[in-house]
Design a protein around this ligand. Structure first.
Ligand code: IPM
Ligand code: MG
Length: 361
């Protein structure tokens, strides 16, 4: 069986980091019989440049015909002045919506080798292993009405934060299911002391928990407190489930516990489709310099192997190869401390491939 992967490198460092992930997939094809083939298409600024649309029709077709999508990153200063629907970020939001990717999994796991790379004390972050389950296709990102208009002689900007109970239930379900495979504890994060939408969120989560998941530990936290607790004592969390905007913010915060946002992969899953991408952005300031950290993208391939391609065995191998490369002291510039030497993006990719080949024996 051939596995078809849609590869969307995107903008900035996207193409560089995706190239390294593809090297890893090539090793998996050559040495582990993965049987994957892939085809590239444009998204974000690259999509706009090629066809005037940040989510081109050809990309949509390719994504729909694939077993999984691997995405690099989108965005850059050259597209910031475009109308909002033409900006790179709109392409990302469109593909998420079009593929129905409502559940976004963002794991923040501290790699022991990188304990000192975090700005937090090693004793605070040692052992941190958090999974943020973020709702991805609704909430204030997509709510109507929205806009900027003139009211009473001045400009007024507004968005709408809303959730249907069915949307809350399906994301909460994913969080409970994920928790059962981990430490069995879900913390639901909202702002129920102020927002009606959050009050509904909390009630629906409680109802679902009582009906179907009472074996899982459940707690609730207001988002401001959660932001504080993540820094104060991150080990208290296992699975965090939250809405689109709060998840965007908390997952960036959780990522820095691990030392570098350049380490963190993500999976976005819906009914039929799934997309894998590093959680960091396109980093235009270092684009084209072969300096970026490709590990988040390589680890996204591991998530893809596990969730979409039914190859948990190979996912383990890739994760092990990354650990071995880190054990060997290989560091991109974002991970190197003080006087530690750093390697390029492609050298990091090569190091992981070498470790993978060594595992193949
Ligand atoms: C993310 C990003 C996106 C988001 C942007 C680029 C639209 O920050 O994936 O977290 O806000 O969802
Ligand atoms: Mg974000």
């Amino acid at each position: 069986m051939t596995l078809k992967i849609a590869v969307l490198p995107g903008d900035g460092i996207g193409p560089e980091i995706v190239d390294e992930a593809l090297k890893v997939m090539q090793v998996l094809n050559n040495h582990f019989d993965l049987g994957a083939e892939w085809e590239e298409a444009g998204i974000g600024g690259a999509g706009y440049e090629a066809s005037g649309d940040p989510y081109p029709e050809a990309t949509r077709k390719l994504a729909h015909a694939s077993d999984a999508v691997l995405l690099g990153a989108v965005g850059g200063p050259q597209w910031e002045q475009l109308d909002k629907p033409l900006r790179p970020e709109a392409g990302l939001l469109k593909i998420r919506e079009d593929l129905g990717l409502f559940a976004n999994y963002r794991p923040s796991k501290v790699h022991r080798q990188l304990l000192d790379a975090s700005t937090l004390k090693p004793e605070v972050i040692d052992g941190v292993d958090i999974l943020v389950v973020r709702e991805l296709v609704s909430g204030i990102y997509f709510g109507q009405p929205r806009g900027i208009e003139v009211r009473d002689g001045e400009r007024y900007g507004f968005n709408t934060m809303g959730y249907r109970e069915s949307e809350i239930r399906r994301i909460a379900r994913k969080a409970f299911e994920a928790a059962r495979l981990r430490d069995n504890w879900v913390c639901s994060v909202e702002k129920a002391n102020v927002l009606d939408v959050s009050e509904l969120w909390r009630n629906v989560v409680i109802e679902l928990h009582q009906k179907e998941y009472s074996d899982v530990e459940l707690s609730h936290m207001y988002v401001d407190n959660a932001a504080m607790q993540l820094i104060r004592n991150p080990r208290q969390f296992d699975v965090i489930v939250t809405g689109n905007l709060f998840g965007d913010i908390l997952s960036d915060e959780a990522s820095m516990l691990t030392g570098s946002i350049g380490m963190l992969p993500s999976a976005s899953i819906g009914g039929k489709f799934a997309m894998y991408e590093p959680i960091h952005g396109s980093a235009p300031d270092i684009a084209g310099q072969n300096k970026a950290n490709p590990l988040a993208t390589i680890l996204s391939v591991a998530m893809m192997l596990r969730f979409s391609l039914d190859r948990a065995d190979l996912a383990d191998m890739v994760e092990k190869a990354v650990e071995h490369a880190l054990d060997a002291g290989v560091r991109t510039v974002d991970l190197a401390l003080g006087s530690e030497a750093s390697v390029s993006c492609s050298a990091m990719g090569d190091a992981v491939c070498q470790q993978l080949q060594a595992l193949a024996g």
